[in-house]
Design a binder for this molecule. Sequence first.
Ligand SMILES: *Cc1c(COP(=O)(O)O)cnc(C)c1O
Length: 369
Amino acid sequence: MIQYIMNHTKTTERVVNFNAGPSTLPLEVLEKAQAEFTNYQGKGLSVLEMSHRSGDFMAIRDQAESAIRQLLSISDAYTVLFLQGGATTQFSSVPMYFGQTGPVSFIHTGSWTKKALAEIKKFGQHTLLASSEDTNFDRIPSIDTSAIDPNSSYVYCCSNNTIYGTQFQEFPDTGAVPLVADMSSDILSRPLNIDQFGLIFAGAQKNAGPAGVTVVIARKDWIAANANPNLPLMFQYDKHMKEDSMLNTCPTFPIYLLGLTAQWLLDQGGVAAIEARNQAKAHALYNYIDANDFYTACVNGSSRSLMNVCFKTPSESLDTEFHKRAAEAGFIGLKGHRLVGGLRASIYNAMPSAGVDQLIGFMDEFRKR
Ligand SMILES: *Cc1c(COP(=O)(O)O)cnc(C)c1O
């Protein structure tokens, strides 16, 4: 079991890391990577030093893909790509590639969708399907699927709003219009019905692995139908698909760590088991917050995120005092995003239940003081 530091001495043990991203990784994954860092499985070299086209690396890549396929029950109708440029590059490449056939039906739930919208506007039209901007993004808005323009190129949403702490519990049935989701902060946290989506993208560094690789899961026929050789090469999904994400040198080490993390998830019992654990962790924290007058949750009801729990103390100065004292006690990354203030505990897959229990213990001590 991980030893958490609970005193003010110099940190020699690992802290309890509530960073929003890049964020905590399973210790078992880090230790495995460390053990084989200089000499991968007796091959005499590091994964960092391998040719991305070597048989050894291809096996690493294939393992990562097959573990993700297994975790999310992804059928052969979908491709799984490992790209670079982060989720932010997908904000541009999705509308550039798929947004030419009609307006994008857009669901606005916070600053990440705002950034995506700025890119959508560069490449075409959009219509606003739903928004929670009027209440400062404190909820997932209700979505009237009958209002989806059938000529839309796709419906766009962000499944988990990392900054505001809201999350879709279920996704709208968009019928024949493909649904695109930014799942950067909750991919692999729960089972999904992949067939509901045209395309999912996720920067790995929140919940799936390290920074440097972006996972794209997309319907092959939809990619093929939108092929456009005039686009910059790196924005052509069909080319990435054809080359198995080897259009150029792929991010080898991030893909390796992503594969180790996916294997760790399989060892934990898969995404259904991890979802149950994520629910238990989030409920423990929300229940504690709701049960006293000192802390207040920023989001209520079914919009609450299981990944990013946003909360406040009675004043801004106490918030500041809280994350300062928490950091001294070994609980780092609890400062809320600068756009919303307050406090935020990001409790992704790799955060053990014990970390959440210890945070609740600290919160209770702080409240009493
Ligand atoms: C962090 C985050 C992004 C940005 O990801 P990059 O990989 O840094 O581009 C986009 N969307 C969501 C939901 C995020 O949490």
